[in-house]
Design a protein. Structure first.
Length: 435
């Protein structure tokens, strides 16, 4: 063990040691003073009187004591002030999230002199300036709406900003040293390796991704995560994560996307969604049946009871048809009292049979505000296979639907021979020429 180690192993109080040294020095000076005086001829050669010797020793002891008291009063008081303020600084910076009403530079010491004590005060003040810059930066981190967190190799939270309470409802104390996997849903388990260490996408040091996180009050929040692997940075030595709450933004996007493809009144897919789905199926290509439905006597409901009753009747069409359709089928509202159904991979006979079942379901009475409303429906059926266009199939189903209305048959399959506007029929009759 070195000398320094031995001294560190036996710490001693400085001021008592200094007082003992000054007392010893005073005693030594008092004892030697008569001898020095005799040597220079101030006292007779036969030696000082015993009383004078005692008096010199007491005077030396008193001088040492006065020097020690002055040191305690002057130097010790400055050291005590420095110690108190250092402890206040330590409390301030010890908790990274602690709020301080005043800047730490208010704890600055007066320098006054250029000696060692003044130099120590100046160094302390410089330290306060540096800590104040760090405090202001820390305040910015904790005041931001984004959540800032550091994750260890094991995936535990070693630091998290105060904003986590506003975003997720958890306090900082709730999350510190907690495994971040406890906050995630099962579908996001891939964010961690088998050992629990956080990873980045394809080995990249930084990435941005979306993740659903559990809220303290229940439910979930959608967070946009920016992660940066700083485990090799000695100043950070962790995975740096910044999380922004995008729940409302994603919900708005989902609502807008839903509104763009769904009917507001019935909640069913709209014409745009039906056309997109039909085009996708025909590109397969698969055989696709289009059932176009138009309610009969619906105008009487609106004219007699008002549009509010008609709207509530229309809202019941989708639930009335859904139990009779397969998961692959699609029912949509095209507008007004007109609906359509897409049925992939069915024959014309199967499509006609399905249309008859749908017609029976719609013909049953609809209860609306204590009233029983009766309507009927005419359905036109058209079947085609790619590269048929969905718009052409819809037009053919429309032709068949009007044929069902005219014949009052309820359901009709498209007949190209009866289609006065069919290009093939017109060419066969000689009414259409190319070129």
């Amino acid at each position: 063990m070195s000398l320094t180690d031995r001294e560190d192993a036996r710490p001693r109080a400085v001021l008592p040691r200094l007082g003992a040294a000054m007392a010893a020095l005073g005693l030594g000076v008092g004892a030697l003073l008569p001898l020095v005086a005799r040597a220079v001829g101030v006292l007779p050669a036969d030696g000082p009187a015993p009383g004078l010797w005692v008096l010199c020793v007491l005077a030396g002891l008193l001088l040492g004591t006065v020097n020690w008291l002055l040191t305690v009063l002057v130097v010790g008081s400055r050291l005590r002030v420095l110690a108190v303020r250092l402890e206040r600084v330590a409390r301030t910076v010890g908790d990274p999230a602690q709020r301080t009403p005043a800047p730490v530079t208010d704890l600055a010491l007066p320098v006054g002199t250029t000696d060692a004590l003044g130099g120590a005060a100046a160094a302390f003040n410089s330290l306060l300036t540096a800590l104040e810059r760090e405090r202001r930066f820390r305040s910015v981190v904790h005041a931001t709406n984004d959540v800032i967190a550091l994750l260890t190799d094991e995936g535990r939270v070693s630091f998290v900003s105060d904003s986590v309470t506003d975003v997720l409802g958890w306090s900082r104390e709730d999350l510190l040293d907690r495994h971040v996997g406890e906050l995630l849903f099962p579908e996001d388990d891939h964010l961690f390796t088998e050992t629990g260490a956080p990873i980045t996408h394809d080995g990249e040091p930084s990435q941005v991704f979306l993740v659903r996180v559990r809220h303290a009050a229940g439910g979930a929040r959608d967070l946009e995560i920016s992660s940066s692997d700083r485990r090799d940075d000695p100043d950070i030595a962790a995975l740096l994560v910044s999380a922004r709450d995008v729940t409302e933004r994603l919900e708005l996007q989902r609502r807008l996307a839903h509104q763009a493809t769904h009917d507001e009144l019935t909640g069913l897919p709209n014409r745009a969604a039906l056309l997109a789905r039909g085009a996708q199926l025909l590109a397969g290509p698969v055989q696709l049946a289009v059932l176009l439905m138009d309610l009969d006597r619906f105008k009487e409901v609106n004219d007699t009871l008002g549009h509010s009753y008609g709207d509530r009747l229309l809202a019941q069409i989708g639930p009335r048809l859904a139990p009779l359709l397969r998961e692959v089928d699609l029912v949509a509202r095209l507008g007004g009292d007109e609906f359509a159904v897409l049925m992939p991979e069915v024959t014309p006979g199967e499509a006609a049979a399905a249309a008859a079942r749908l017609r029976t379901a719609v013909s049953a009475p609809f209860p609306v505000d204590g009233l029983t409303l009766d309507v009927d429906v005419s359905i036109g059926v058209a079947v085609g296979r790619g590269p048929e266009e969905i718009g052409a199939l819809l037009r053919q189903a429309d032709v068949a639907m009007y044929a069902a209305k005219e014949r009052q048959s309820g359901v009709e399959l498209y007949d190209p021979l009866a289609d006065e506007h069919d290009h093939g029929r017109l060419r066969r009759l000689g009414h259409l020429r190319h070129g």
